[in-house]
Design a protein around this ligand. Structure first.
Ligand code: SAM
Ligand code: SF4
Length: 444
């Protein structure tokens, strides 16, 4: 029996790629095991978005190097594989397989080569024009399923490795996306999340030629699916029709993740983000003007080369103006191949750390304020788990807020009594910066 272990680093795209890789390996006769010690083949699906993420992968490879003597095979998949290519064989000679995400459709052939004794198997071509669409996906979460609608990225943000590691944009046919959504619904999934580096530039390659808003509307009509999410949206391609689609159908979650990166138009220009602060604010205004209360979240990079104190203050003022529900913030990290490497005025690490702390403190105060405004209201939570320590169910609202709650008739998960996978109306009684707490009102 051939066994494999896989560890995943990075974003939701990587998590979903791993689900597809697992499905493909299982269909090729491999069995997944929970620990590397038990595996014949050890795979790392890697992330290279920031330097730290990349270092983590090489550290992990070193940890298990000793086991090479025990006949184990090692493979590096994903963004570090694509970025470093065959150099990985030099840096970590115990690795036998190096493959980027654009080559995963050829995984079965790569496995055959590995089994035949080839110890330098590569899948590094970026010229595939098809998306990695496999019937074998093994999903980790029994209630919420990812569906890739577009892979790769055709933008050229000055700091970002994704166009180099994931290749050019390839959209998947709308009919294929909807077929997968219907199959998931028939398997009992209630929530789907449409995935892509830039979902808004989706363009159906079939004659139907649907844009993203059209696909979103169709996904919202799939029988049995109660919530549809999507990520990530690029501000430049975010059109008002997406807000209109959310307004029309409550199945489409009222949450939009719209990464801004900086509140300064000067920095945005240097980043080659293709929009100004005013362009961005116009999109925010569409959402704020909607009848539904659309949660808005973002990504911010501090300390991009040349970011002045004034630029940084503009980012802080943007936080005040938008009142984000949550955000991910990062210190700028130099990445290979990117055009930002050639810019002047790289910011010292301590200054980046200082700016990040100020930004996070400001956002924390905003979140405390925004979340406390919800105390006393009732919201619907999709139940994802149970916390033994606190005796609370762990739920998520359509706005993507974590809502922990107690239920008078369901004190804990026992057999059929479990609420996991169900929906419950919850009265919000307390609010923290990162989550809400409450008591169930009804359970559907
Ligand atoms: N495609 C998405 C977009 O355009 O917003 C983002 C994809 S990226 C996987 C997620 C986030 O990582 C980005 O929004 C950015 O904030 C951050 N990021 C990307 N490259 C970075 C770098 N070199 N240093 C720090 N943060 C970075
Ligand atoms: Fe990276 Fe920009 Fe593409 Fe997002 S849009 S993946 S930040 S290059």
């Amino acid at each position: 029996m051939k066994t494999f272990y896989i560890e995943t680093f990075g974003c939701q795209m990587n998590a979903h790629d791993s689900e597809k890789v697992v499905g493909t390996l299982v269909s090729e006769g491999y069995t997944q095991v929970p620990a590397p010690e038990q595996a014949d083949l050890i795979l790392y699906n890697t992330c290279s978005i920031r330097d730290k993420a990349e270092q983590k992968v090489f550290h992990r490879l070193q940890q298990f190097k000793k086991q090479q003597g025990q006949g184990k095979l090692f493979g590096v998949l994903g963004c570090v594989a694509q970025q470093e290519g065959e150099r990985i064989f030099e840096r970590a000679p115990h690795v036998s397989l190096v493959a980027g995400s654009a080559s995963y459709s050829k995984l079965p052939q790569m496995l055959v080569q590995l089994e035949a004794g080839n110890r330098h198997v590569t899948g590094l071509s970026l010229d595939t024009d098809e998306a990695f669409d496999t019937p074998f996906t093994r999903r980790d979460n029994p209630h919420r399923a990812y569906i890739t609608i577009i892979e790769g990225c055709d933008k050229a943000c000055a700091y970002c490795v994704v166009p180099f590691t994931r290749g050019p944009e390839r959209s998947r046919a709308g009919a294929s996306v909807l077929k997968e959504a219907r199959e998931l619904a028939s398997m009992g999934y209630k929530e789907i999340q449409l995935l892509g580096q830039n979902v808004n530039s989706y363009r159906d390659p079939s004659p139907a030629g649907w844009d993203f808003a059209r696909l979103l509307r169709a996904a919202g009509q799939v029988q049995g699916i109660r919530r549809v999410r999507f990520t990530t949206s690029h501000p430049r391609d975010f059109v008002k029709d997406i807000v209109d689609a959310i307004e029309e159908n409550p199945v489409l979650c009222n949450h939009v993740h719209l990464p801004v990166q900086s509140g300064s138009s000067n920095v945005l220009e240097r980043m080659q983000r293709l929009y100004t602060r005013d362009d961005y604010m116009r999109r925010i205004e569409w959402m704020k003007a909607a009848r539904r209360n659309i949660a808005i979240t973002t990504d911010i990079i501090v300390g991009f080369p040349g970011e002045t104190e004034t630029d940084f203050e503009q980012t802080l003022s943007l936080l005040e103006e938008v009142q984000y529900d949550s955000l991910f913030s990062f210190k700028y990290s130099r990445r290979p191949n990117t055009s930002a490497l050639a810019l002047d005025d790289h910011i010292p690490e301590e200054e980046k750390t200082r700016r990040l702390a100020i930004l996070q403190e400001k956002q924390r105060a905003i979140q405390i304020r925004r979340n406390s405004e919800l105390v006393g209201t009732v919201d619907e939570a999709f139940v994802e788990g149970y916390n033994q320590a606190t005796g609370q169910w762990i739920g998520r609202t359509t706005q993507n807020r974590i809502l922990n709650f107690i239920h008078p008739e369901h004190a804990g998960p026992s057999g059929d009594e479990t609420l996991i996978g169900k929906y419950s109306d919850v009265r919000i009684t307390r609010a923290g910066p990162n989550s809400l707490a409450g008591e169930a009102v009804t359970c559907v």
